[in-house]
Design a protein around this ligand. Sequence first.
Ligand SMILES: NC(=O)c1ccc[n+]([C@@H]2O[C@H](COP(=O)([O-])OP(=O)(O)OC[C@H]3O[C@@H](n4cnc5c(N)ncnc54)[C@H](OP(=O)(O)O)[C@@H]3O)[C@@H](O)[C@H]2O)c1
Length: 388
Amino acid sequence: MSVFCCLTSWLCLAAAAALVATVLSKYKRSPEQVGNQVVCLALGLWAAVCLASLSLFWGFTLFCLSCFLMYTYLSEQVWLPVGQKAVLVTGSDCGFGHEICKHLDKMGFTVFAGVLNEQGSGAEELRRNCSSRLSVLQMDVTDPEQVKDAHSKVTEKVKDKGLWAVINNAGIIGFPADGELIPMNEYKKCMAVNFFGAVHVTKTFLPLLRKSKGRLVNISSMGAGVPMERLSCYSSAKAALTMFSSVMRQELSKWGVKVAIIQPGGFQTKIMGTSDAWEKHEKNIMEQLPGEVLEDYGEDYILTMKNFLINIQTLASPDFSPLILDVQHALCAKHPSAFYSPGKMVFLWLCVASILPTSLSDYIWKKHSGSPGHMPRALSLPNRNKAM
Ligand SMILES: NC(=O)c1ccc[n+]([C@@H]2O[C@H](COP(=O)([O-])OP(=O)(O)OC[C@H]3O[C@@H](n4cnc5c(N)ncnc54)[C@H](OP(=O)(O)O)[C@@H]3O)[C@@H](O)[C@H]2O)c1
């Protein structure tokens, strides 16, 4: 028995040494980043403590698990060279798209910056501040002619080098309001840009991506996974984009194309719009609402909708770096993740919404996001119970 135990211990020790050697060789080939060192040190210490303090079975099992986690983590940190890789980014006039283009240009990528207005100040700034590798392309993602034209220009320029990645970033939020109030044309517009636009661009450029065994990166939103009041229009378009991307991930794996979905939380960009745009939306809503619905909700209630945008604008982060780093990882890591969730607590909210019972996650979200304060006119009447 003791000979058997002794043999088992030696076998475990030999296996542990082999695992450590495998992880170390991976560590040596990974980029020298503080994050890597911290994660490996923590997991390494944890593994050593498990091996030293627990029984042979549990100590060895947890040790193996720690080594596996370290190996998986380090595999995800192996970067591919930028070389002559070319990337197309949609919606680059401002916000995320604009910053992503500048960042990728600095890294040495050949960037095709698709813009909504090639004469606009955002396009001009990209031409002025980026290298000659960057080309600005007029590309309204809802206009098939413009997408086709951009495809011809990209194909002509990349020739045999191929296109490494497409980043579907163009998006609009529309005007947040109760789903019943949002006009049908707003739903259609939101879907046209956030979903059909991205699908069309994807379909158009996929032959190039399949050739390069490249990357498809779709900028969705935390709203695609966490139901939030007043975002029915925006979030349903983003949920459609997320599911489209997930199915594409499965289908394109056989071609060697990897798909990453970015689900950012709140960042301070121009997406929230301006007070002029909000006024137009309010007018549009009031003009299109049937009299009975307008009567029930009341004009005052509709006029408070913009407070939501003002609130989220103040809570949003001005620092885009978590998003930029995630996009960089999706493009450059040998093994990119399927999902990224840049932004404060975004990952936590996505877990809450998908794991907890709906009534509980709805309750937590309501408490966290704060009560809107205003109620529709019909619900705030003193005799509402009799009236309804
Ligand atoms: N900011 C956030 O908190 C946040 C959170 C989650 C997800 N996102 C997503 O991130 C992406 C980028 O948003 P952002 O915050 O950077 O907003 P942004 O500053 O408004 O940028 C969006 C860009 O898309 C362009 N665009 C709009 N309609 C287009 C169309 N039909 N074709 C081509 N381009 C079009 C806009 O052009 P114009 O400037 O000329 O309108 C703008 O350049 C969007 O998909 C958005 O849904 C943002």
